[in-house]
Design a protein around this ligand. Structure first.
Ligand SMILES: Nc1ncnc2c1ncn2[C@@H]1O[C@H](COP(=O)(O)OP(=O)(O)O)[C@@H](O)[C@H]1O
Ligand SMILES: [Mg+2]
Length: 262
């Protein structure tokens, strides 16, 4: 089966600095694939290239078999690619359900006539109710987004990415800034809401990686140095050498030690 996403020799420079130096990566359809690597390795930059926010200097990006190297983020979104950001992107002054409704309506294209819009609106309401349920936010539907807890805001942010019915999701550090209990809930939520979808996520927390990822790729100094199951990556000598050394052991052997206290 054609992969969901293929990167072939992708390069990105900022001025004289080569940030991505020939990235090869394949994400299968329906898999959850974690991208790990030290700070500054180029993970977020890679996401911005895949999402069409920046252009690669060389290489190819293929989405579901079609060349996507030069597509804009708007076109990619219409083709089913959604990105959630490291910082939340909700409309703080709007109620939770309105946030989701905007995202759903934006994705319902087609007839612009009044009846079509009315039908679209009825469909949107049903979809919003479904999402509120799936996100565990039904109790907070009428609340301003700004009044949500941090973890709830991240759930809403995930909901905005899901609202358009995307088949491929890019999640940048979905558990960042959460305590262990919140992170565990976020992992459950991501697993439940992305069943059957393709997910590429950047994640530092190894509990979350093990809880979510079917496969892991390791990005070091702008190149993918290994791809495999979480267990294979954990025991890969080259990964240990090139990536984290003692820090790597600390992360894998002391789950959650990077987190703030609950
Ligand atoms: N727009 C930009 N202009 C110049 N340098 C950038 C830009 N975006 C990222 N970088 C640099 O690229 C490197 C990789 O950054 P980033 O992709 O954010 O890494 P990661 O997400 O793996 O921590 C860093 O050295 C960063 O300073
Ligand atoms: Mg980053």
């Amino acid at each position: 089966m054609t992969p969901a996403l293929q990167l072939i020799g992708v390069e990105k420079r900022f001025g004289a600095t080569a940030v991505l130096r020939g990235v090869d990566l394949e994400v299968r359809r329906g898999e959850r694939h974690a991208l790990i690597g030290p700070n500054g390795a180029g993970k977020s930059t890679l996401f911005s290239l895949i999402a069409g926010e920046q252009r690669a200097n060389a290489g190819r990006i293929v989405l579901h078999g079609d060349d996507a190297t030069r597509l804009t983020s708007a076109v990619l979104a219409r083709r089913g690619l959604a990105r959630s950001f490291q910082t939340t992107s909700v409309f703080e002054r709007l109620p939770v359900h309105e946030n989701l409704r905007c995202a759903v309506l934006a994705s319902l294209r087609g007839g612009a006539g009044l009846s079509a819009r009315w039908l679209g609106s009825a469909r949107a309401d049903a979809r919003v109710a479904e999402l509120l349920d799936a996100l565990g936010l039904a109790h907070a539907a009428q609340r301003e987004a700004a009044a949500l807890s941090y973890a709830e805001q991240r759930a809403l942010d995930l909901g905005l990415a899901l609202a358009g019915g995307a088949h491929t999701l890019l999640l940048d550090e979905p558990t960042a800034g959460m305590n262990r209990a919140e992170a565990a809930r976020a992992v459950d939520l991501i697993r439940a809401t992305t069943a059957g979808k393709t997910v590429l996520l950047i994640e530092h927390d190894m509990d979350a990686v093990f809880g979510l990822a079917d496969r892991v790729s390791v990005l070091v100094q702008g190149r993918v140095i290994a791809t495999g199951t979480p267990e294979a990556i954990r025991t890969d000598a080259a990964v240990r050498d090139a990536y984290l050394g003692a820090h790597f052991d600390a992360r894998f052997n002391a789950p959650g030690h990077m987190r703030r206290a609950p």
